[in-house]
Design a protein around this ligand. Structure first.
Ligand code: DX5
Ligand code: ZN
Length: 233
């Protein structure tokens, strides 16, 4: 019998939010040369979060040029209405915030029907225990370690205990080999090992990779995170 593919491998997913958009293409390519396992696309609508970024067309512009895993993080109200557009524009994974969707099972089912990986996101104040009954249906959970809306914020240390609690919940439900734990916000070279030790699988890094508009520096930043993460595979 074919064993279930353990999709829960360690991944480094640079967030393009803080990249110099004038040079986005070459900076994205620099992260991929540096070993990035995909890209994290921070979609914001100025309502759910106090910032406005980009929509499905930018995701499409990137996904048509690079052959990599595209992880779209929807920090928007009424995300369900926009999911088909993000999948059509190349999102291999789409995550929606628990705080934005009352019919989460229907939303997660829609993402999977569209052959994309389905993720649910929790803000710092939202207990992971609220996700217990949706966990069997998702492919990953995104634990926010900052309040969503901006790159360059400080890591909220209580996220570490939350990651551990989520991991324990997944083990209790027998889902630890099927549901990845993604962590997003304030991750730097000095704390990424704490996040990995707590049980994180997919690591989102924004400003610590896109700290410059120099592709060589961006590639080097990516390599340094990748080296650390590779020690935990
Ligand atoms: C915040 C976004 C994060 C953020 C990460 O709302 O979801 O992805 O851009 O950026 P850093 O790594 O700078 O915190
Ligand atoms: Zn994000």
């Amino acid at each position: 019998m074919e064993t279930i593919k353990v999709m829960v491998e360690k991944r480094l997913l640079p967030s393009i939010l803080n990249a110099d958009f004038w040079k986005l293409g070459e900076l994205v390519e620099a992260t991929l040369r540096g070993g990035a396992d995909g890209l994290h696309m921070d979609v914001m609508d100025g309502h759910f979060v106090p910032n406005l970024t980009f929509g499905a067309s930018v995701v499409g512009a990137v996904s048509r040029r690079v052959n990599t895993f595209i992880d779209s993080h929807l920090m928007i109200e009424n995300p369900t209405a926009y999911i088909p557009e993000f999948v059509k524009n190349g999102s291999n994974a789409v995550s929606v915030h628990w705080e934005t969707e009352r019919h989460l099972h229907r939303t997660v089912s829609l993402i999977k029907e569209l052959d994309s990986q389905a993720g649910v996101v929790v803000n710092p104040a939202t207990p992971v225990e609220f996700l217990r009954d949706i966990l069997p249906f998702v492919d990953y959970v995104l634990v926010m370690s900052v309040n969503p809306g901006f790159g360059g914020q400080k890591f909220i240390p209580t996220a570490l205990g939350k990651i551990e609690r989520l991991k324990n919940l997944l083990v209790e439900l027998g889902l630890e080999d099927r549901v990845a734990v993604e962590v997003d916000g304030g991750i730097k070279l000095h704390n990424v090992e704490d996040v990995l030790k707590a049980g994180a699988d997919w690591i989102v890094v924004g400003s610590a990779i896109f700290s410059s508009d120099d592709p060589v520096e961006v590639e080097d930043n990516t390599k340094r995170f990748k080296e650390i993460i590779s020690k935990y595979t």
